[in-house]
Design a protein around this ligand. Structure first.
Ligand code: CA
Length: 224
């Protein structure tokens, strides 16, 4: 199977040129011409690497990166038009793996891509756990006693956020902000619905008490 690369770049000529070169190298390529569409694609399917322009319409590259990093450790190489130190520093601070200044030689980009892909493979995965449940962020799997738990992306993100904050009571508003982003302002019922989905797939199936309700406050995952 070929490695999947997402290009988020509003200059369509550049995006198409990179796509052509990467396809020739055997990568499978998806393109987005604005930040919001790029983020949606990044959240909707698994990519092995993302090339992300800094200056984008709809949503800036930095904002796209920040949101991707809430749930994913996919390698991201920033494309920046300006050779600005600020861009590089803030990009790397927000979790970019590398950056490359436009215009660049395609050989240079290919070399950076190979390096970023190698680094990720060598990186140890982050495994979060509670009450015998394991969530592996890099392999995107959830297991209990070696049994796989099949979750949708939203369920996975919700569980991931609660596990990251294990022992802390998280309010519905905080969950909405961090797991749902911008679309659901006001209606926190959706959080309760997804907590029910998770309990149905985990607590009830394995007969454990993983997600606790704190009345009037929110939810908490505790180690039992
Ligand atoms: Ca641009």
């Amino acid at each position: 199977m070929s490695l999947k690369i997402l290009i988020i770049e509003d200059e369509e000529k550049i995006a198409r040129f990179i796509e052509l070169e990467l396809s020739y190298e055997g990568y499978s390529v998806t393109k987005a011409f604005d930040g919001r569409t790029g983020l949606e694609l990044a959240e909707a399917s698994e990519f092995d690497l993302i090339l992300l322009d800094v200056m984008l319409p709809q949503m800036s590259g930095m904002e796209v990166l920040r949101r991707i990093r809430r749930t994913s450790s996919v390698p991201v190489i920033m494309l920046t038009a300006r050779d600005s130190v600020i861009d590089k520093v803030s990009g790397l601070d927000s979790g970019a793996n590398d950056y490359i200044t436009k215009p660049f030689a395609i050989e240079e980009l290919l070399a950076r891509i190979r390096t970023a892909l190698r680094l990720v493979k060598a990186e140890p995965s982050e495994v979060l756990s509670a009450s015998g449940l394991l969530l592996d962020t890099s392999r995107h799997t959830v297991t209990f006693m070696d049994q796989a738990v099949e979750l949708t992306k939203r369920e996975f993100d919700l569980l991931h956020f609660l596990l990251k904050n294990k022992g802390l009571v998280v309010s519905r508003e905080t969950l909405l902000e961090n797991v749902w982003d911008y679309d659901y302002a006001g209606d926190t019922n959706v959080v309760d619905v997804y907590v029910r989905f998770l309990r149905g797939k985990i607590d009830e199936v394995f007969n454990i008490k993983l997600i606790h309700t704190v009345r009037g406050v929110g939810y908490v995952i505790k180690d039992e």
